[in-house]
Design a protein. Structure first.
Ligand code: ARG
Length: 273
């Protein structure tokens, strides 16, 4: 009887051991499975999902035809060239709209990958960021009301002249006008449209702004004209965080290819007739 009991006990012991091991096995399976799943989830990058990684562009979208709102969407020459660059990089473009004078900071703080905003390459900006090769030329123009005593750029510098100039904050128009006519004669606005509203309302005598946006602003507001003499000539480029040569090199190659195959010219022709 004792013998049977011992065999029975041994069997029970063996069975429960098997169950424990199975349970342990199950648990360990789950444990190893769980991290695997978590790892896959965490590692589920956009790419693994078939989505492309995001390339963020900082701009100020009140600058037709380079960047402006069409409904909810930001369109324009820069927006389209940037999308073509992103495509070449295998990335999806995301455009972040901000004040023009915040773009360099945003680039340097990595809140965007690059800045593109009809932005002129200047010595001072080169101290803060790196610029790509230029993809377009810009001209600073002067907008005045019809019948204005200002008939050419030189009139602004005439003996005894003291005109009030409106500009977009932080633009080359702002920088040059402040240098030439003094801070007290320059009023800064958040965008070109606000500057032109001030001009139409008589708070400033002229607005200095890039030529293509000037054309769009004059077309949208009656009683204004662009003077024939330009105020300054400049080159537009994309800026990246200082030292980000990895991205800059890719952008430069893309700009070269998009220039060579006529993509950039076609985009420009679509917006500038
Ligand atoms: N070209 C000028 C500059 O670099 C004006 C650019 C303004 N751009 C804009 N998207 N609001 O200062």
């Amino acid at each position: 009887m004792k013998k049977y009991l011992a065999v029975f006990m041994a069997l029970v012991l063996a069975l429960s051991c098997m169950m424990i091991f199975t349970a342990c096995d199950g648990a360990s399976e789950k444990e190893t499975e769980a991290p695997t799943n978590a790892a896959t989830e965490a590692g589920t990058t956009a790419e693994a999902n078939g989505e492309k990684p995001v390339l963020k562009m900082g701009t100020n979208a009140y600058f037709q035809p380079y960047e402006f709102y069409q409904g909810e969407e930001i369109v324009g020459i820069d927006a389209e060239i940037a999308a073509a660059i992103a495509e070449k990089l295998g990335m999806t473009l995301e455009i972040v709209d901000m004040e023009f004078d915040s773009i360099l900071t945003a680039v340097n703080q990595d809140s965007v990958d690059f800045g593109m905003a009809g932005m002129t390459i200047t010595e001072d900006r080169l101290l803060e960021v790196d610029f790509s090769i230029s993809y377009a030329n810009g001209v600073q123009s002067i907008i005045v009301p019809e019948g204005s005593p200002i008939t050419c750029a030189d009139d602004l510098y005439a003996e005894g002249a003291s005109y009030k100039v409106g500009v977009q904050l932080g633009t080359t128009g702002d920088i040059y006008a402040t240098d030439d006519f003094g801070k007290e004669n320059v009023t800064t606005y958040s965008n070109g449209n606000e500057a032109v509203m001030a001009l139409a309302g008589g708070s400033v005598d002229c607005v200095i702004i890039d030529n293509e946006p000037a054309k769009a602003l004059v077309a949208a507001n009656s009683g204004l004209k662009i003077l024939e003499t330009a105020y300054a000539n400049e080159d537009y480029a994309i800026c990246v965080k200082k030292g980000n040569s990895e991205l800059l090199d890719k952008i430069n190659v893309a700009i070269m290819e998009l220039t060579e195959d006529g993509t950039i010219a076609a985009i420009v022709a679509k917006y500038i007739k």
